[in-house]
Design a protein around this ligand. Sequence first.
Ligand code: FAD
Length: 468
Amino acid sequence: MSDTFDVVVIGAGPGGYVAAIRAAQLGLKTACIDKRDTLGGTCLNVGCMPSKALLNASHLYHEAAHDLGKFGITTKGVSFDLKEMMGAKDKIVDGLTGGIEFLFKKHKITWVKGAARLSAKDTIEVDLNDGGKQTLKTKNTIIATGSDVASLPGVEIDEKTIVSSTGALSLPKVPKHLVVIGGGVIGLELGSVWQRLGSEVTVVEFMDQVLPGMDGEVRKTFGRVLKKQGMKLNLSSKVTSVEKTKSGVNVTFEPVKGGDAKTLEADVVLVSVGRRPYTAGLGLETVGVELDDRSRIKVALDFSTNVPGIWAIGDVIEGPMLAHKAEDEGVACAEYIAGLTGYVNHDVIPGVVYTHPEVAAVGKTEEELKEAGVAYNAGKYPFTANSRAKANLQTEGFVKILADKETDRVLGVHIIGSDAGNMIAQAATAMEFGASAEDIALTCHAHPTETEAVKEAALAVHNRTIHM
Ligand code: FAD
């Protein structure tokens, strides 16, 4: 059987499912293929959403067990049932993936469950999950196959004692000692989950600070925050072996610059050294789709590949591997296919680390501005001087705004704070509208809110904070 579509999307993650919805909204006959039995891709099934559900649950437990006394609230015998916590997380994921299923029905999108392969520029063969095969004919194909876990050479992930993020989201018991290889976003978020639930957590990171790629001052400060919380950080350290033993796993590492090796005994090792674009088995070589030097699909500004009618978006192309970036590209790509002009501003894509406190950033770091030779003013405001943060006893962190020295245009905003993930939205909006630091400083911010720290940081750009 062969069906003909205007658009077939391969991959139903935030890039793919959003592209399918937008294409259907624009009147295009659309199908979306995914080899998972549920929609939502990495993000909903084994990424953003289960991790946030566990971050929230573990935070609530930790607050109840350790922090409520500060507010005069007495709690006794606070405990948790890990199986129930995992069950709650799975229920949240089911609800969300079911929500996408509802949206597919609403927009009359054909959902095909199976592994897809391009056999020609306009032909997709699917090995159906239920057995059998299906061929889809299409005028346009959007490749949204996302990314997969990367490992270290010679380290085999068994998802039991040597786990990727996927295994770390479903551990059957709290490990006594969790070693996290890689101090990036995913490693620190999942490390935080298990630390709150009682694990001793040790991070081994190759770079000299955690959160590679983020603003230097933020990285340094956040490293200090994590250490205060009890996380052990081995920075500038290179893992040389990961070996299973009878009782767990031994992780050996040495200083990057050379020196004595150390071995840690862990119950569970989380390998979180990054993700790689997922293009295996897609038949890209058959149709001649070009990849770049990092095996990502090469695209033009409109997300078209070198093969007419084949497009690509999300983690499988260049740029930060983030769900909202994939979503925006999905919308824009569908609009280009429909003959409209899509829009994604890759200079204004916020990034958030959902630890406690959170870390959030948008735009350029100080290091990037210095490297590009851009003159800037920096304004910084600590939460210790923000009334709402003080009332909440959440005074860790600061807001930093970087603005062009000449024009005052905001070039970057960096926040460590309990609500940084929500607060970064106003910075992104301001930057999208080309705001100056003065524009933010002149905007009335509700009192008492942590967002007032953004206004004060904008005032600090011109050395005129009011409350400090
Ligand atoms: P994906 O979501 O990876 O979806 C691709 C889909 O394609 C998959 O479902 C896969 O099964 C399917 N597929 C692949 N090949 C084929 C094939 N040949 N045939 C059929 N189907 C195929 N990002 C954030 O923005 N915020 C967060 O808080 C966040 N937290 C994360 C936490 C974790 C633990 C992880 C792992 C990731 C997190 N991310 C987060 C990243 C985010 O999940 C990804 O950036 C996002 O899912 C990418 O979307 P995508 O649509 O490009 O691909």
